[in-house]
Design a protein around this ligand. Structure first.
Ligand code: URA
Length: 210
């Protein structure tokens, strides 16, 4: 079940996630922690980026050294909570391009309804990292991957903070080729589609809404 799932269990990631789970964490701390945690996750997610050797002149001599190869990476943020992860990722990959996909969860059916879609050009030449803090029912993630696949990018990864067995199963059934990067796999979903024990509504906690 956990094949193609990368659990990022670095102590700093786990520590920050625990602080975020606390219902007493302020909007300010929650946002800051999410930003820091996303920066750490970006490091793992970009580990296999292609490199090329270039010539560089140091103050002492000319040498060959590596730089990242190919077209700029694309982060696709699922609105609105994806923005919290996006900011942290952009702080370590500032040249990345950014796409947005607006999906809301129909509260009755829990299915994803698209209301916005804007992507960078030349998607077929790029690697894509889709970001959304919570992989719960998987409906939004699956719909987002489906839409991105229409643009035939070189690769797609999915990054979340938290997921659960139901979310992983749904995503793997629909898109077994898309690796999931997560900081934790929680116990289960409740009947309202929330992850237990989870951290509540990620969007509300990032933006201080209710
Ligand atoms: N979305 C959230 O924000 N929280 C959950 O627990 C599940 C989906």
């Amino acid at each position: 079940m956990t094949s193609n799932v990368h659990l990022i269990d670095h102590p700093l990631v786990q520590h920050k996630l625990t602080l975020m789970r606390n219902k007493e964490a302020s909007t300010n701390s929650f946002r800051r922690l999410l930003n820091e945690l996303s920066t750490l996750m970006a490091y793992e997610v970009t580990r296999d980026m292609p490199m090329q050797e270039v010539e560089v002149e140091t103050p002492l001599e000319t040498t060959k050294a590596k730089v990242i190869d190919g077209k700029k990476l694309v982060f696709v943020s699922i609105l609105r909570a994806g923005g919290g992860i996006l900011d942290g990722m952009l702080s370590v990959v500032p040249g990345a391009r950014v796409g947005h996909i607006g999906l809301y969860r129909d509260p009755k059916t829990l299915t994803a309804v698209e209301y916005y879609f804007k992507m960078p050009h030349s998607m077929h030449d790029r690697d894509v990292v889709i970001v959304d803090p919570m992989l719960a029912t998987g409906n939004s993630a699956i719909a987002a991957v489906e839409r991105i696949k229409e643009l035939a990018p070189k690769s797609i990864k999915f990054v979340c903070l938290l997921t659960c067995p139901e979310g992983i199963r749904a995503m793997h059934t629909a898109h077994p080729d898309v690796p999931i990067y997560t900081a934790a796999i929680d116990r289960q979903l409740n009947e309202h589609g929330y992850i237990l024990p989870g951290l509540g509504d990620a969007g509300d906690r990032i933006f201080g809404t209710k």
